[in-house]
Ligand binder design. Structure first.
Ligand code: NAG
Ligand code: NAG
Ligand code: NAG
Ligand code: NAG
Ligand code: NAG
Ligand code: NAG
Length: 439
């Protein structure tokens, strides 16, 4: 062999040992880290975006229709605008075509397809141009980040500007939408990889020093330290469609992008609460039912359900010799932490079960998820982390972030079902135990 051939062989050899090429296909699992922002009690997700790929931290919005980001100072060699009369613009359900009178660039083009990105925290929206650019997600295998990247070359996002970032965690550039629609992040991944539209999230608990995880392009396994596959603990309940969407901008005839489930009863220590159960079904105006929301920090219950809930909880806690103390807003039921036993699954309090379509299918909420630790000079408290949702809320029950932490939730848009694990602490792991170190 000539010297040149030797050099080429050596080069290829080095290249292969430094880059493991997995072939990326319809079942290659992708993962992205989720962080809890303690000052807002909101969650962020970090994806790779643009060319060259840049880590981009965005608010995680389970109900978001599409992804949007502030396009001020946007640099990428791969972005393209979406012309108004294109098929893509039509299928995006765009309500507007826009021109731009600033210098041409990302988010500023004539005859550009425009969207209305929404901020669910402040309930605001604005008109901005859509574009496509490269999305990258880390490839994972057997609970290990293998160091490869799966690309979605023409990922559709909407631009926005800085004004839409109000109320979001510091350092966040926009929002990732994981809603039911065709342009949510999981839906676009599924289109590109011809894979089932299904994803899972595991939100990290308060004070977790590591990240939780979102999984795309895979129905499992989902390995967490020390080698626990959380997919094996999932139980399933149907996802319910709300035919009425409640976006800031109304898209007539479009159903809601949010996820609803059919809770039929709420039990405390196995005893069903008494309230008007028709509140748990979605009426013709889209009101009622049980919704999941990552932008609601604590589960909210319609007033009559809430009152029955706290009464029964206080009553059941009294059986454990726990007496309530002065509460701390926004909570109404608090206990002195010194009186409470702590366990590996949180403080010992009555169990709360959200019973689904069948008696034996329930989401069990234990102390770590039902109670919130409140630090006070006079002594720490455990407060019941549920709040009054008011007399005529849009959804009677809104399951909030605190109740979803350290639970694995799988959204399966093929079988239209939610897989839920209840607390994974029971299985000796937590959502912050996914190994993000790449090999
Ligand atoms: C859009 O068209 C107008 C009118 O022709 C022009 O003045 C403007 O510079 C164009 N904008 C961009 C971003 O090309
Ligand atoms: C979403 O995509 C599916 C499959 O391609 C299509 O049948 C459906 O009409 C689309 N939905 C909307 C709202 O465009
Ligand atoms: C239960 O709630 C439904 C819907 O809010 C209402 O129409 C019905 O009258 C209520 N039933 C009772 C017994 O209060
Ligand atoms: C309170 O607890 C007692 C004893 O467990 C039970 O008999 C009673 O029905 C409870 N009341 C409520 C409102 O839960
Ligand atoms: C509650 O307190 C009473 C009286 O101090 C005691 O007899 C009982 O065992 C206690 N119950 C529990 C569950 O700790
Ligand atoms: C995490 O993964 C890396 C790379 O595969 C490996 O070297 C490391 O031992 C793993 N850490 C744990 C705690 O399993």
């Amino acid at each position: 062999m000539s010297t040149l051939q030797n050099q080429i062989t050596l080069f290829i050899f080095i290249f292969i040992i430094t880059h493991t090429f997995t072939s990326i296909n319809s079942s290659t699992p992708f993962v992205a880290p989720i962080t809890r922002d303690d000052s807002t009690s909101l969650y962020t997700i970090t994806i790779l975006f643009k060319t060259p790929l840049q880590p981009t931290t965005l608010l995680l919005d389970l109900a978001g229709k599409f992804t949007w980001l502030d396009c001020t100072s946007y640099t990428s060699t791969s972005h393209r605008y979406i012309p108004c009369n294109s098929n893509l613009c039509t299928s995006l359900g765009s309500l507007a075509c826009s021109n731009c009178f600033r210098p041409s660039g990302p988010g500023c083009h004539n005859n550009s397809c425009a969207l209305f990105p929404e901020n669910p925290v402040i309930g605001n929206s604005l008109l901005a141009q859509a574009l496509v650019d490269s999305l990258g997600l880390s490839v994972v295998d057997d609970g290990r980040n293998v160091g490869d990247i799966g690309l979605v070359p023409s990922f559709v996002v909407s631009c926005s500007d800085e004004s839409l970032l109000r109320g979001l965690p510091d350092g966040v550039a926009g929002l990732v939408g994981l809603g039911r629609g065709n342009y949510s992040l999981p839906a676009q991944v599924s289109t590109v990889y011809a894979s089932p539209n299904l994803f899972a999230i595991c939100l990290p608990g308060l004070a977790s020093s590591s990240s939780g995880a979102a999984f795309f392009n895979t129905g499992g396994p989902y390995y967490f330290f020390p080698g626990v596959d959380l997919s094996s603990y999932l139980v399933y309940t149907p996802l319910i469609l709300n035919p009425i969407g409640f976006t800031v901008i109304t898209y007539s005839g479009h159903p809601s992008d949010e996820y609803f489930i059919g809770v039929t009863s709420i039990n405390i220590n196995g005893k069903p609460l008494e309230f008007n159960h028709s509140l748990l079904t979605i009426d013709e105006n889209g009101f009622g039912g049980t919704r999941l929301s990552t932008v609601t920090p604590y589960t909210t219950l319609e007033t009559t359900i809430y009152n029955a809930f706290i009464q029964a909880f206080v009553n059941e806690s009294a059986v454990l010799n726990l007496t309530i103390t002065d509460p701390v807003s926004p909570f109404e039921v608090c206990y002195a932490a010194v009186d409470v036993y702590s366990t590996l699954i949180g403080p010992a309090f009555p169990t709360v079960d959200l019973v689904m379509h069948s008696e034996d299918v329930f989401w069990r909420i234990l102390g770590a998820n039902s109670m919130v630790s409140v630090a006070r000079e006079e002594g720490d408290l455990w407060c019941l982390g549920f709040v009054d949702g008011g007399e005529t809320p849009r959804s009677s029950v809104v399951i909030g972030g605190h109740q979803m932490e350290d639970n694995l939730l799988q959204f399966d848009l093929v079988s239209m079902r939610l897989g839920f694990s209840s607390s994974v602490l029971v299985h000796g792991t937590n959502c912050a135990s996914f190994n993000f170190t790449s090999s």
